[in-house]
Design a protein around this ligand. Structure first.
Ligand SMILES: Nc1ncnc2c1ncn2[C@@H]1O[C@H](COP(=O)(O)OP(=O)(O)O)[C@@H](O)[C@H]1O
Ligand SMILES: [Mg+2]
Length: 260
């Protein structure tokens, strides 16, 4: 039986701003098994990043528990790495040096360090641009460097907060395919956040659909389609439609300027 790598139970979160209190998360519970790709899907402001930040150890819950590999999350750990939409590479460091950054402070022999870095760069197809600087690369390639940096750390879990949102459609599709190829090989557990229904259906083994104000998970939907998936296929469309209907049914309150 597969074990739960991430276990979130009855999590509550409020942000207090002066006299105002914002109830962001209400009784949020879910589990992610080893090797699964699970997506939190919801409208802007429903609390997706807040949940992810709690798993990453950046943010604390007001109630409930967040467990990683059977231990309560108290601080960030190298076993659980976050990838952001804003790619935070150091502009004065080359590709290989940016990837090396992930292993700074780790007590591993030089030869192994080099091997891990090269293996990660090969996995994302960047072995030919080792000595280039970030500004010489496209946005898609820069995000690949960030992925390689995470992979070199050999994490058990990768958390992704809308990691491809800043890319154009073609690069986004390309990187989604790369992510699936890498995950197929390494079986890393991935918890992803997105407001993009297509991205969620394309990548996920399960989608956790969220409602807003306060943020709740109201549906845990397995996507029973073989990978790689056909974005234009009928089955794919069927899931898109079901998810859209779920959002309508959820009746979740949303400010008009926010769109899915
Ligand atoms: N540090 C904070 N202080 C106050 N409010 C916050 C803070 N972080 C997030 N929020 C609010 O909490 C809600 C959920 O935010 P977030 O988790 O970023 O949503 P999402 O990632 O789904 O767009 C939003 O209304 C946001 O404005
Ligand atoms: Mg967010």
């Amino acid at each position: 039986m597969l074990t739960d790598v991430i276990e979130v139970t009855d999590v509550e979160k409020k942000y207090v701003n002066g006299k105002e209190s914002l109830h962001v998360l209400d009784q949020v519970s879910y589990q992610v098994k080893k090797g699964e790709i699970v997506t939190l899907l919801g409208k802007s402001g429903c609390g997706k990043s807040t949940i992810l930040n709690m798993v990453a150890g950046f943010e604390k819950a007001d109630g409930g528990s967040v467990m990683l590999d059977g231990h309560e999350v108290k601080r960030p750990s190298r076993k659980c790495i976050m990838l952001f939409q804003q790619i935070n590479l150091l502009p004065w460091r080359t590709v290989i040096k940016n990837v090396e950054l992930g292993l700074d402070g780790e007590k591993i022999p030089r030869v192994e360090k080099k091997k891990r870095i090269m293996d990660a760069l090969k996995l994302v197809g960047l072995e030919n641009v080792l000595h280039q600087f970030p500004h010489e690369l496209s946005g898609g390639m820069q995000q690949r460097v960030a992925i390689a940096r995470a992979l070199a750390m050999q994490p058990d879990v990768i958390l992704m907060d809308e990691p491809f949102a800043a890319l154009d459609t073609f690069n986004r599709y390309l990187l989604q395919d790369e992510l699936l190829r890498i995950q197929e090989k390494l079986k890393t557990t991935i918890l992803l956040v997105t407001h993009d229904i297509d991205e969620a259906v394309y990548l996920s083994d399960r989608i956790l659909i969220m409602s807003s104000h306060p943020g709740r998970i109201f549906k845990d939907m397995p996507i029973k389609l073989a990978k790689p998936r056909d974005r234009a296929g009928e089955d794919f469309h069927h899931y898109r439609k079901r998810i859209l209907e779920e959002f309508e049914l959820s009746g979740s309150h949303q400010e008009p300027e926010y769109i899915i």
